[in-house]
Design a protein around this ligand. Structure first.
Ligand SMILES: Cc1cc2nc3c(=O)[nH]c(=O)nc-3n(C[C@H](O)[C@H](O)[C@H](O)COP(=O)(O)OP(=O)(O)OC[C@H]3O[C@@H](n4cnc5c(N)ncnc54)[C@H](O)[C@@H]3O)c2cc1C
Length: 429
């Protein structure tokens, strides 16, 4: 098999590479999809919060370094389907404003060369592919769309519906979170034939039932089943891209698989390894013609790394929170500005219900350490969790690169005032 030539090679089977394989396979071209990971093993452990959040069993095991030499494991997941195997499947369109220049308190987020209109038809297609459930017309910041959501919104359980009312009473516009999920519902319950059962292990967990619309479930597996012209190689780590004598086109894709070195070629090679790993592959592919890495004449490869400023805010209720599937609501009223600040703050969305081990695995406020026994179980039962996400800004010095063969991620957070203000808004609600 090594040495074979294809029409197209796609490197990486996450949402980027997976959906490209799904779309192109229909064209009948011979396609090779290379994935460094394997299929994520299905087992009861998929739904065990200790396995997922404390042991981080599905997270990449490799060691990367901070600028200060601090070791860490990157929050990446090398599987067929990529990071979407564990993602929260909150599938938003970018807003019209996101494509223009946006002024933040710490600087300017530059305009895209293309506007929202150019992407609109593809959003429709992506929402169909990823089974997005939602309700148009509720989210005050939503961009125009030429089609309704392909599936109805995921319904709120009573505690979340009550929270939506409270938010409305505060003058906000809570809306149903757009979710990529293989769910059929009737009267707020999963139907007997629904793949998703509306359980409490969604956000951050792999789905044992394949009820989450991840790239393996909705892109790679259906494309493989329908199109024999698509070949998937797992455990196939692409170590380097080689260029021809002109230095202008990729002539060889070097792969390490089962301890063997293999090489493939194609008319078109697509790098879809995710933001960090794609940059690392291009940097590893340095040669005499491209001493600073492939496609890196600008010196920008690996730079301007952005990851959002994000945090979890957990409210503890007096009464137990009986919600099972909690991730159904979001608030975007502070996404672009607020009544007391001209800059964007960010987005608030519900988090799936927290589990005891998950809370144990988190860093908790200092005052809790005064308690003789941390009441994790009680906290989990009474918790109402929110996920807050604010924009960070592109900075060339925030970058991933190789140093003495080690991966270094140099990252200094910025635009944090927006995030702190968003937190305070939620705390005061
Ligand atoms: C816990 C978590 C929750 C998230 N929640 C959300 C959410 O709710 N909504 C949302 O929109 N986004 C969410 N995200 C982000 C989302 O998952 C990513 O934006 C998305 O997966 C990126 O897709 P991708 O195809 O670019 O990259 P990835 O998903 O990273 O896929 C890249 C693939 O390439 C493979 N690969 C890497 N290097 C090589 C190599 N050298 N050779 C071969 N293969 C390689 C990897 O194994 C991987 O399978 C979340 C992410 C995480 C980790």
């Amino acid at each position: 098999m090594s040495g074979e030539h294809y029409d197209i090679i796609i490197i990486g089977s996450g949402p980027g590479g997976g959906s490209m394989a799904w779309k192109l396979a229909k064209a009948g071209k011979r396609i090779l999809l290379l994935e460094r990971g394997d299929y994520l093993p299905r087992s009861r452990a998929n739904w065990n919060s200790k396995t997922v959040f404390v042991d981080a069993a599905y997270q990449a095991k490799e060691t990367w370094y901070g600028r200060d030499g601090r070791e860490f494991h990157p929050g990446l997941h090398y599987f067929v389907g990529g990071n979407s195997k564990v993602y929260g499947a909150a599938l938003f369109r970018l807003r019209t404003e996101d494509f223009g220049e946006i002024r933040h308190v710490d600087g300017v987020s530059p305009a895209w060369p293309l506007g929202y209109d150019a992407f609109e038809p593809y959003y429709n297609e992506a929402e169909r592919l990823f089974h997005v459930h939602g309700q148009r017309g509720e989210d005050p910041t939503e961009p125009p769309s030429s089609a309704p959501f392909p599936y109805p919104p995921v319904s709120h359980e009573p505690r979340v519906a009550a929270l939506a009312e409270t938010f409305r009473g505060e003058g906000l516009h809570p809306f149903h979170l757009p979710l990529g999920i293989l769910l059929d519902e009737k009267d707020g319950k999963a139907t007997p034939t629904s793949i998703c059962i509306r359980c409490d292990t969604f956000d951050g967990y792999p789905c044992l039932l394949n009820g989450k619309a991840d790239a393996q479930v909705v892109c790679v597996d259906p494309a493989l089943a329908a199109h024999p012209n698509l070949t998937l190689l797992t455990n196939a780590y692409v170590s380097k891209l080689e260029t021809d004598a002109s230095g202008r086109s990729v002539s060889g894709v070097h792969v390490e698989r089962a301890g063997n070195a293999e090489q493939y070629s194609a008319d078109i090679v697509v790098v879809a390894c995710g933001a960090l790993s794609s940059a690392l592959l291009l940097l590893r592919s340095a040669s005499d013609q491209h001493p600073h890495g492939l496609a890196n004449g600008s010196g920008q490869v690996g730079r301007n790394y952005m990851r959002h400023n994000q945090s979890v805010l957990m409210a503890l209720l007096r009464e137990p929170n009986e919600t099972v599937f909690q991730k159904t609501l979001a608030v975007s009223d502070f996404y672009l500005r607020s009544d007391d600040w001209e800059f964007p703050l960010g987005l608030i969305q519900m988090l799936a219900k927290s589990h005891t081990d998950q809370i144990r695995g988190e860093s908790l406020p200092e005052w809790l350490s005064w308690l003789p026994d941390m009441p994790f179980e009680k906290m989990a039962l009474h918790s109402l969790g929110f996920w807050l996400s604010s924009e960070d800004l592109p900075r060339p010095e925030n970058r991933v690169f190789y140093e003495d063969g080690r991966v270094v991620l140099d990252l200094t957070e910025n635009n944090m005032e927006a995030h702190h203000r968003l937190k305070r808004k939620l705390e005061h609600l």
